[in-house]
Design a protein around this ligand. Structure first.
Ligand code: RNT
Ligand code: ZN
Length: 417
């Protein structure tokens, strides 16, 4: 045991915290890593996967993005060398392996995702899934499941149904529940004259998609709300109130994305309240800079607050933690590694908080002591516990990690033209 860790362990013990217990819990909590950081949300539907049709956008043009499933898997494997703890892979439907053929979204099948499933099995990774409603001519006008065109709605309903079936098969193949997340970009740039009808249509479309019961052992569905997006500044059909109501009514999961609320609003405080009314939550941990910019997650206060709330609400088993950021302006391996490690590091800090002392002070209405403990906690040696954890998992830290990832950049990423 490194002496630095031993000192940290002793120091935490004085605050009533068992670092070994924290490490054990930390290691068991899965974090879902999103595939789409690896290629700027392009997917592999066509040889030249470019975002057409709108609904989502990544900015930056750092060289070396993955151009096919093989490259994406190689990049994920590289990132995994530096990411400790249970990791799942979160796949979007546009990342299927279509063998150079045009397979439209309503035609996708499990066979297009078998390669990913086998690979995840070999990597000991669980999987999560997402229907892709954006970047497609049939939703380019800003409407998919809530479109006023019945044919368009039906197309997207078929896609949603196909995705749930694929997810269930993935869940079965892996023996591990898949969380399928539904996010649509439907909305309007300017003030609508009718906010109600698209919401009624969305509710009806979702009912049709979720009509078939699927064992929760195989798949669980989640719906993701949003306040506004590019091109949907004035109106988003799937708002927070809409999906909160829909998830409560149907007892499915609700997705809280840290970039999807008012820019000064944080999702941490929503965890304990929403969990009173929905069975489970899915989190999209992201970092919005002034808006839903999807910057790479770092261990900042909002991320720490999210993890604290999961721990403090005893909700580790009811909150699924996924990442959702896509920065195309930096080496994408760094993006994954920084974001995944920051999320887990924040989780560790939450597990290392001197919670019993804080709660004792709170129970005694001694709020000065409570605040002092929270401030003190910021300076406790969590970094030494983190390093110990990483070294036990065989994951390099610091300058070694930096130089190794730079080598991959030179040898692999920069060679992609
Ligand atoms: C977009 C949503 C959504 C997407 C992914 C790619 O604002 O956050 O979750 O980022 O589905
Ligand atoms: Zn999201």
């Amino acid at each position: 045991m490194a002496s630095k860790y031993k000192a940290a362990k002793d120091k935490y013990a004085k605050f009533g915290v068992d670092t070994e217990k924290a490490i054990k819990i930390l290691d068991s909590i899965p974090l879902s890593m999103h595939c789409w950081q690896g290629d700027d949300v392009g997917g592999f539907e066509t040889a030249d996967s470019t975002l057409s049709g709108g609904g989502i956008q990544a900015t930056g043009n750092f060289p070396g993005k993955a151009r096919n499933p093989e490259e994406l898997r190689a990049d994920i494997s590289e990132a995994m060398k530096y990411i400790p703890g249970a990791t799942r892979l979160n796949l979007h439907a546009i990342y299927g392996e279509f063998g150079g053929k045009k397979v439209d979204r309503n035609e996708i099948e499990f066979k297009h995702f078998k390669g990913w499933t086998d690979w995840c099995k070999s990597m000991n990774m669980g999987m999560d899934f997402n229907p892709t409603f954006f970047s497609h001519p049939l939703s380019a006008d800003g409407f998919s499941l809530s479109s006023s065109d019945k044919g368009v709605r039906e197309f997207w309903i078929e896609h949603g149904i196909a995705c749930r079936e694929i997810a269930a098969k993935i869940g079965k193949a892996l023996g591990n529940t898949v969380i399928t997340n539904f996010w649509i970009h439907d909305g309007m740039k300017d003030f609508p004259a009718d906010r109600l009808s698209p919401r009624e249509r969305l509710s009806d479309s979702l009912d049709k998609i979720f009509a078939k019961k699927i064992s929760p052992k195989l798949n669980k569905d989640s719906v993701e709300c949003k306040l506004f997006g590019i091109g949907s500044e004035s109106y988003v059909v799937g708002s927070h109130e809409f999906y909160m109501g829909y998830a409560v009514k149907n007892q499915i999961l609700l997705t809280l994305d840290s970039g999807h609320f008012h820019p000064t609003e944080q999702i941490a405080d929503k965890i304990s309240s929403t969990l009173m009314f929905v069975p489970e939550l899915l989190l999209h941990v992201s970092r919005g800079v002034r808006w839903d910019s999807d910057h790479v997650v770092i261990s900042d206060d909002p991320t720490m607050a999210i993890m604290q709330e999961i721990v403090r609400s005893n909700a580790i088993n009811r909150v699924h933690i996924g990442m959702d950021f896509f920065d195309a302006s930096i080496n994408r391996i760094f993006a994954w590694v920084i974001g995944m490690r920051a999320a887990r590091k924040s989780l560790l800090c939450a597990l290392l908080d001197p919670l019993s002392l804080m709660r004792k002070a709170e129970d005694a209405a001694d709020y000065g002591v409570r605040l002092a403990l929270m401030e003190e906690a910021r300076n406790l040696p969590s970094a030494d516990v983190w390093e110990e954890y990483c070294s036990r998992k065989g994951k390099p830290c610091g300058l070694k990690m930096l130089s190794d990832i730079k080598k991959y950049e030179e040898k692999v990423l920069l060679k992609r033209k």
